[in-house]
Ligand binder design. Structure first.
Ligand code: ADP
Ligand code: MG
Length: 400
C-alpha cells in the first residue's frame, strides 16, 4: 500500500542521513560547563585561593560572587568546586561535599533548606516544620557525620529580596552550631545592589570575601563563541560574520555569554530546519526574534487569569487605554467568559504588576474626560499577544 506523504518521514530521514550542523548539541546548552573558562583566570584564582583551607581540613571563608547574568558566575563556581573535590579525592583528603540550590527556583527559604537537606542525604518533609527545626536537623547531621560541605546558594538575591534574613544569618554563622565538620557558603548574586537589601550582620558574615564578575566585552564573547563552536558545530557550518553578530547582539545591553550562546544555538537550529549548510547572519536575526517572542509568549501564558484578561483589553488599542476604559472592557470580557470581575482597585493593582513585568506601560496623564488618569499601553507586539491569547482556553473564544 502506498503511504501518504508524512511530514515525519522527512524529519526522520534527515536525522538518519545525519544531515545535521551539530557535532554535539549539548555543548550549546546553558548549563554546559566547558573545561576552558576564558577570561576568568582572576576569578578562578581568587576562588581557588579562598577555598584552599578546605584541603587542610579547615573551614574556608564564605564567599560572595556577583555580576550580571551570563557573566560566568555559576559556571566558574561549579568548575572550581569540582576541581577542589577532585584534588581532595586524588590526595586522599577527606571527602568534600558540594551542595547547590538556586534560590529563584527554590522560591522560598524553606525549599532552599530542603534542597540542602537532600544533597546531604537527609529527608526533610516538603512543608510543615519550623525553619529552626530544619536548620537544627541539618547541623546535627553535619556535626554527627563530620561532613565538610560547601553550599552554593545561587541567585541568592531572590532570598534577600523577600527579606529572608534568618536563614542567611544562621547559615553564614554555621560554625556556632557545629561541633564537627563545617558548612561554608558561596553566595551568587545577579543583582549588584543586592548587598543593600541584606541585614548588615548577614552581609558582614557572607562577604568575608567578595569577587566581582564584570560583563564580557563583545570581543571576549566572540572568542567564547569561537571556542564553543569547535566542539558544538561541524567545521565550515558557520558563515563569517555570524559569530560577530551573536556577540554584538548579546553585548548590546551587557556582555551576556548565555545570550550569545543561545543565539548561536537557535540560529543553528533554524538553519538546520531550513536544510541550509551554513549558519548566516540572517539566521541569527531570526533567532533573536524567536527568542524574544518565545520569552514573551511564555510570560503571558503563565499570568494569572485576571491579569491575562486585563492584558487582552489592550489588544488592537494602538493608542492605549485610560484605566477607566480598560476596566470597562475588562468587565465585558469577564462577563463573556463567565468569571466574577474584580474591583477597579484590584484591577489597578494588576496593571501595576503588568507594568513591573514590562508587558505594559502605565503612565499618569491628564485626560479631559477622566481627569488625571493612567494611560496604559502595550509594551509587546500586538501580534504576539493576539497569537498567544487565541490559544488560551478561556479567553481565546472571546476575541474571535
Ligand atoms: P551566570 O551564572 O553569571 O548568569 P553562567 O555561568 O550560567 O552565567 O554562564 C552562562 C553561559 O555562558 C554558560 O553556558 C557558560 O558555560 C557560558 N560561559 C560563561 N562564561 C564563560 C567563559 N568565560 N568561557 C566560556 N563559556 C562561558
Ligand atoms: Mg547563574
Amino acid at each position: 500500500m502506498q503511504r501518504k506523504a508524512d511530514p515525519l518521514d522527512d524529519i526522520f530521514n534527515k536525522a538518519l542521513k545525519g544531515e545535521t550542523l551539530f557535532t554535539d548539541r549539548s555543548v550549546l546548552r546553558s548549563d554546559y560547563i566547558p573545561d576552558n573558562l576564558l577570561f576568568r583566570e582572576e576569578q578562578i584564582t581568587s576562588i581557588g585561593q579562598a577555598l584552599t583551607p578546605t584541603l587542610q581540613n579547615q573551614k574556608p571563608s564564605n564567599l560572595l560572587l556577583y555580576g550580571k547574568t551570563g557573566s560566568g558566575k555559576t559556571a566558574v563556581a561549579k568548575h572550581v568546586l569540582e576541581r577542589i573535590q577532585e584534588t581532595a579525592r586524588q590526595n586522599n583528603k577527606t571527602e568534600i561535599m558540594i551542595a547547590y540550590s538556586n534560590s529563584r527556583l527554590a522560591g522560598s527559604e524553606y525549599r532552599t533548606l530542603v534542597d540542602l537537606g537532600q544533597e546531604l542525604g537527609i529527608k526533610i518533609p516538603f512543608t510543615g516544620l519550623p525553619l529552626s527545626e530544619v536548620l537544627d536537623r541539618i547541623y546535627k547531621h553535619i556535626s554527627k557525620n563530620n561532613i565538610k560541605v560547601i553550599f552554593i546558594l545561587d541567585e541568592i538575591d531572590f532570598l534577600a529580596k523577600q527579606s529572608y534574613d534568618d536563614i542567611l544569618y544562621s547559615l553564614t554563622r554555621s560554625s556556632e552550631h557545629l561541633g564537627n565538620g563545617f558548612l561554608s557558603i558561596i553566595g551568587i548574586s545577579n543583582d549588584l545592589h543586592f548587598k543593600s537589601l541584606l541585614d548588615s550582620r548577614v552581609l558582614s558574615s557572607l562577604n568575608e570575601e567578595e569577587i566581582l564578575f564584570h560583563p564580557y566585552t563583545v570581543k571576549e564573547l566572540n572568542k567564547i563563541l569561537e571556542d564553543r563552536t569547535k566542539t558544538a558545530l561541524k567545521e565550515g557550518t558557520v558563515q563569517e560574520g555570524t559569530l560577530n553578530l551573536c556577540a554584538a547582539m548579546a553585548g548590546s545591553e551587557h556582555g551576556d555569554a548565555r545570550r550569545a550562546i543561545e543565539l548561536l544555538r537557535v540560529a543553528a537550529e533554524i538553519a538546520e530546519r531550513e536544510s541550509k549548510p551554513k549558519i548566516t547572519e540572517q539566521h541569527v536575526k531570526t533567532a533573536s526574534h524567536k527568542i524574544d517572542r518565545d520569552r514573551i509568549t511564555q510570560s503571558i501564558k503563565t499570568l494569572p487569569i485576571h491579569e491575562k484578561i486585563v492584558l487582552t483589553t489592550l489588544l488592537d488599542e494602538k493608542k492605549g487605554l485610560a484605566t477607566g476604559e480598560a476596566y470597562q472592557k475588562y468587565l465585558i470580557l469577564t462577563k463573556k467568559i463567565g468569571l466574577d470581575p474584580l474591583t477597579q482597585r484590584r484591577v489597578s493593582g494588576l496593571i501595576n504588576e503588568l507594568d513591573t513585568q514590562g508587558l505594559v506601560s502605565a503612565k499618569l496623564v491628564n485626560n479631559g474626560r477622566y481627569g488625571r488618569t493612567k494611560n496604559i499601553t502595550l509594551m509587546i507586539s500586538n501580534e504576539t499577544l493576539q497569537e498567544t491569547i487565541e490559544e488560551d482556553e478561556l479567553i481565546g473564544q472571546t476575541i474571535q
